[in-house]
Design a binder for this molecule. Structure first.
Ligand SMILES: [Zn+2]
Ligand SMILES: [Zn+2]
Length: 241
């Protein structure tokens, strides 16, 4: 009976949906039932490993005896500051892996909401004039279906009411960075980014999910400064220490 809408069927569908929304959900990380509609429960968020004592500029680990960062003294990065919320480790690593490699966008959006909420508690004022997501090459973007850094950057841009610029592009597909040291990574990333518009005088915040050596942030910051940006800061969900 195509074209005929059964009001009873619509009513029961609405009822089913309302019931679904009120049913307890299982946390996708610990499998515990919870009343929150989120995919990650509060207990798991509490267990995200804290960032520890990191250099506020380059995000390398500072030992308790150090007052100055030896990495910054040897070579100051192109970005002025790095804000890191957590350290790579359980259960955050599971959430990030599912988000990126399991293409779990719903989980990623929850992670982005947690990220922006906690960052805003620490830094209530807008940290920059505009946000830029660590760009992904179009081939990889096609494979994954989304750029995880853009999901995070979009949540931050919305929370701080600042624009999310799409001017930074990854124009060269670079081989995987894992297993390479910082110098090799920097060489690998040479010419990987292009900035498609001038950013004269703007303070830019780069957003990424994971920072390892900071090489991608370094090369992208250089490109943003070359395009006229007044300063660059980096916002990452977690740091591999
Ligand atoms: Zn949980
Ligand atoms: Zn440093």
């Amino acid at each position: 009976m195509a074209g005929i809408v059964n009001p009873l069927r619509i009513k029961s569908l609405q009822l089913w949906r309302a019931t679904q929304q009120r049913l307890p959900r299982r946390c996708r990380l610990c499998e515990q039932l919870q009343v929150s509609p989120q995919n990650i429960c509060n207990a798991c968020v509490q267990q995200f490993p804290s960032a520890g004592s990191l250099c506020p500029v380059c995000a390398e680990t500072l030992s308790s005896s150090q007052s100055d960062c030896q990495h910054c003294q040897a070579q100051a990065p192109a970005f002025a500051q790095t804000h890191v919320l957590w350290q790579w480790g359980w259960p955050l690593d599971q959430a990030i892996k599912r988000f990126k490699f399991g293409q779990d966008l719903a989980l990623g959006k929850d992670l982005a909401a947690i990220f922006s909420k906690q960052l805003k508690q620490r830094l209530p004022s807008p940290p920059a004039d505009a946000f830029v997501a660590m760009p992904m090459h179009k081939t990889r973007l096609r494979e994954r279906g989304f750029n995880q850094a853009a999901v995070l950057a979009s949540a931050l841009a919305q929370a701080y009411q600042r624009p999310l610029l799409s001017t930074a592009k990854r124009i060269r597909e670079t081989p995987a960075q894992s297993g390479l040291n910082r110098q090799q990574r920097l060489k690998n990333l040479k010419g990987a980014f292009a900035i498609e518009s001038r950013l004269d005088g703007q303070h830019i915040a780069i957003v990424d999910d994971v920072m390892t050596t900071g090489s991608s942030a370094q090369v992208l910051s250089e490109a943003l400064l070359d395009a006229g940006a007044a300063s660059v800061e980096v916002y990452v969900l977690c740091k591999v220490t």
